[in-house]
Design a protein around this ligand. Sequence first.
Ligand SMILES: Nc1ncnc2c1ncn2[C@@H]1O[C@H](COP(=O)(O)OP(=O)(O)OP(=O)(O)O)[C@@H](O)[C@H]1O
Ligand SMILES: [Mg+2]
Length: 452
Amino acid sequence: MNPHKATILIADDDDDIRLALELLLMAESYKIIEASNAKEVIVQAGRYQPDLILLDMNFSRDTTSGQEGLDILSQLKPYNIPVILMTAWGSIELAVNGVKQGASDFIEKPWNKIKLLNSIKQQLSFARLKDEHQGYRQLLAQEDSKPWVCQSKSMANIEQLVNQIAPTDANVLILGENGTGKSLLAERIHQLSNRQSSPLITVNMAAIPENLFESELFGHQKGAFTDAKQNRVGRFQLADKGSLFFDEIGSLPLSLQPKLLRVLETGQYEVLGASQTQTTNVRLISATNADLNQLVANNEFRQDLLYRLNTLVITIPPLRERLEDIQPLAENFITQFCVKYHKGNLVLNQDAIEKLKQHNWPGNIRELSHSIERAVLLATSLEISAQQLLLDIADTGSNAMVLQPLEQAERQLIEKAMSVSSGQVIEAAKLLDISRNALYRRLEKFDIKYES
Ligand SMILES: Nc1ncnc2c1ncn2[C@@H]1O[C@H](COP(=O)(O)OP(=O)(O)OP(=O)(O)O)[C@@H](O)[C@H]1O
Ligand SMILES: [Mg+2]
């Protein structure tokens, strides 16, 4: 398919906009079909199977939520047609949501012609590649394989330790703040162990209702209790010859701890409703961000249970304490998200790298991944700048935020956005995800200086 002969569906309720787009795209020899309401978009997509759809986010004129666009987007999913969202000025957040939910790209109205044509060209050639080349599938598959970064000294030490202990059957307790990579490390230990060909079964201890705990872990037989309509296989049996990962072990209620302790001490358990005793053959890996020693001191966690779990302890340091890992991690995420969102090869500029190293990362690697995902989505050139990382705004988020009168907080956020965007009202409004006029009104109200 020659991309210039491609058929494009223009979906917008505004006649003038459809006409303007039609003229622009016909001049580039695209074939055009149109839809002026939500229902028509789906009908036209089904009838003509266009190569690409330009989709407005808000069909009814009085709405700006974009929910309608997102609904249509989800209905278009089965067609597997690239969709470029057209968003009203200042609704970046909405566009980002749309792309996360499957749109290929977004373009702001009023559009920049060159940008729009480039995006169309790029999405059409990606779609072609996807259809034609097996290689592309391999590239997509890379998305699923998770790279392991251990550049810093502390992570290199952990890596060495993991290589040593993974093949043993010793129980491992992984400690670390949220998002430091505990779950990924548990997977890694399993993969490097002699049990890799058997399953790794995860049990989130915070998520099991108290009354189902035994049934989840040990299984039950039909009729063992009122709701036991079928036999159920427990997690210990599912993980047989493999590994069992107890995530968030610190959240296990005290009342349930003896039930777990018994099986860890004796290696034996009974399926609920059955008389035969089973013997476990699992390797235990646990993880928590809680201070288990403190929990023991507070009588919230049993010491004897802790001793069963912590044969080996690995503490993953927070990201702010391993600066050498930040850049390679960020680059990995960039590669990953560029593939996912069909972007070219983006790079971080020097300021962005510095900014990443200065940030405190309360959410650790997960926060870094979200920040990079956003920056990739918002990138307008091949370089990601410090500003696009939006870390200054994030700083005023949950961690740094103190309770204060709402109006005062609003003023602070606006001042911060203005400062991050060097006084550019348009940029600041984007960061705050409000319209330019809404920001002007507030600047006046709080008597904040700006360049008109
Ligand atoms: N060393 C690493 N190299 C590359 N990516 C990593 C590394 N460690 C963690 N990640 C990535 O960071 C993200 C968070 O990791 P993970 O979910 O394992 O953290 P966690 O400590 O289990 O978080 P939580 O406390 O919320 O359970 C994941 O996307 C993971 O793939
Ligand atoms: Mg986890």
